[in-house]
Design a protein around this ligand. Structure first.
Ligand code: FES
Ligand code: FES
Length: 375
């Protein structure tokens, strides 16, 4: 057993492969991976800056994918392969990056450097030679207070120059969303796909919420997109023109605040009480593409069941909050809030959008709830 942690209530032993060696760690449910690595394995190269998933200083590889270890529960990583900055001694790409960072003055205090190097290595292997603009976009989830980024971008570009993507890593570069045809009028709704684990900056999940409203009333409310947006915290529909809609969705996490503005296509099928919305939006260096499909069915004990299937792909800095548990918990909370709001709307109660509830508030409350328990 590594480390000298006392066995507290709820503590349990997990086995992780860290830098190629198996370790058994004693962790509480709330212990995040960075604390486990630093405190039990003395791998202090994994730095903790914000502990909110914002700065990227704690970036490590989990099963080969860069992730923020401050918002990854250690228990969630059981059985995973974790690579910290100390685990790249024999790695040719990392050796080249270390030299390039020194040659291009890509660090001063060095606090951001472990996370920056792990992200940089992923960029080089995944993209090969890349434009400076793309490198900046890819690095935008790693904050540096000292350098002004020019040296970091130059160092990454120098190592990436002339390279082609490494197939195993490049396979994680998300493809555009599948060009599934929109359902034609009268066609039945697509069969629900099972929830899939998150890969890179994309994910798919399905959630069913119960509505007090009967199916026809729920469907009637859902057929008015502006009213639907009123029920969805942070969403806003600006224009509806036939099947084309334009609007925005607000997202925020701590100091990162974003409003994705974009356009989409919506198709509603009253015969099956199902609908599908596909769209894409951009905010700064982050881009989101996604699809939502929904079906209203009679509930087993009255009312109705609304099943929503979401798939999306996020690129840019916001993509790096991609721990599956975090996103799924968030979507579950949004779905439940949406159901409450929709029921209120069907019952003729005041528009729920008047309440100052945004994705910002929900996400922040969620994180605060998780993190406050560990102080
Ligand atoms: S410590 Fe800042 S993202 Fe993890
Ligand atoms: S070198 Fe100091 S924070 Fe990046």
């Amino acid at each position: 057993m590594d480390g000298g942690a006392a066995r507290l209530p709820g503590t349990r032993a997990i086995v992780l492969s860290v830098n190629g060696a198996d370790h058994t760690l004693l962790v509480e449910p709330r212990t995040h991976l960075a604390d486990a690595l630093r405190e039990q394995l003395n791998l202090t190269g994994t730095h903790l800056g914000c502990e909110q998933g914002v700065c990227g200083a704690c970036t490590v590889l989990i099963d080969g994918v860069p992730q923020r270890s401050c918002i990854a529960y250690a228990v969630e990583c059981e059985g995973s392969r974790v690579t910290t900055v100390e685990g790249f001694d024999a790695d040719e790409t990392m050796a080249a990056l270390r030299e390039a960072f020194a040659a291009h003055h890509a660090l001063q205090c060095g606090f951001c450097t472990p996370g920056m190097l792990i992200t940089a290595r992923d960029i080089v292997l995944r993209l090969g030679a890349a434009e400076d603009a793309r490198i900046r976009e890819e690095l935008s989830g790693n904050l540096c207070r000292c350098t002004g980024y020019v040296g970091i971008v130059d160092a990454v570009a120098a190592v990436a120059a002339g390279r082609t993507p490494a197939p195993a890593v490049a396979a994680r570069e998300p493809a555009p969303l599948a060009a599934a045809p929109l359902p034609v009028a009268g066609a039945s709704a697509p069969a629900a796909a099972p929830s899939a684990p998150m890969t890179g900056g994309g994910a798919m999940l399905e959630e069913t919420v119960h509505l007090a409203a009967p199916p026809d009333a729920a469907w009637a409310a859902l057929s008015d997109l502006r009213r639907v947006a009123d029920c969805l915290p942070g969403a806003q529909i600006d224009t509806v023109d036939g099947e084309r809609v334009a609007g925005s969705v607000a997202l925020a996490l701590g100091p990162i605040k974003a409003r994705f503005a974009g356009e989409g296509t919506v198709h509603l099928d009253p015969a099956t009480r199902s609908g599908r919305l596909r769209g894409a939006g951009r905010e700064g260096a982050s881009r989101a593409e996604g699809e939502a499909s929904w079906t209203v069915a009679p509930g087993a004990a009255g009312g109705s069941d609304l099943t929503v299937r979401l798939s999306w792909r996020l690129t840019g800095p916001l993509a790096q909050f991609g721990r599956a548990a975090l996103v799924q918990d968030l979507v579950r909370r949004i779905a439940q809030d949406f159901a409450r709001n929709l029921d209120a709307l069907v019952a003729g109660e005041p528009a729920p959008a008047a309440r100052p509830l945004g994705l910002l508030a929900m996400l922040w409350a969620l994180l605060r709830g998780w993190l406050s328990g560990r102080r």
